[in-house]
Design a protein around this ligand. Sequence first.
Ligand SMILES: *[C@@H]1O[C@H](CO)[C@@H](O)[C@H](O)[C@H]1NC(C)=O
Length: 214
Amino acid sequence: MQLLTLLSIPIIFVSSAFYFIISRPSNVYIFDPTVLHSLTHSALQVHGNNTAAVVSQLVSELSATHPKHVNLDEEWVFNNAGGAMGAMYIIHASLTEYLIIFGTALGTEGHTGRHTADDYFYILQGEELAYAPGVYEPERYPQGSVHHLKRGQVKQYKMDSGCFALEYARGWIPGMLFFGFADTFTSTLDFYTLWRTVWITGREMIGNLMIGKL
Ligand SMILES: *[C@@H]1O[C@H](CO)[C@@H](O)[C@H](O)[C@H]1NC(C)=O
């Protein structure tokens, strides 16, 4: 019991410190949801359904404005979370933000997870459907639209067929990771993918931390 009390002190301290930091956005966040939306619009206008070209334009524009914070290597890994399956390419990961390309060429469906961050899902190809309990009609997010899942909100989501999105999360990112990894232990047992995901995420988070990006 005393040990628990002792342990809770640093946990409360670290959480309050982070809550304080993330409640002052201008100091921490380097990406902007509105700017990301207009970047996806212009990339879609130029390249349409050529999603590989859309992704490559997005990443090169992000890297032009944030040269130190963008991973140019398209290191795709599978991600199983909340019962849904897709693949992702991590463009940026730090303690308070991540930016990935997420999607599937086949379609998938699952639980969004209840997160400690705001999540913006900019549809690049296909369509995403979502709904929250108590609603009888699905929300529809076609190509070019954005699905903003607020911190703490949960929905069921579905991609009927191929769908890819630029996903931006801002908030307390380590709090989201266990959701992102849990299906490995209860379902896929794909520890190689888990290892690669942890390696890439850790490398990006620590790399960013070392240049002063929380
Ligand atoms: C992109 O693909 C969708 C779905 O197949 C189609 O409805 C749309 O017309 C296509 N857009 C262009 C610009 O080809």
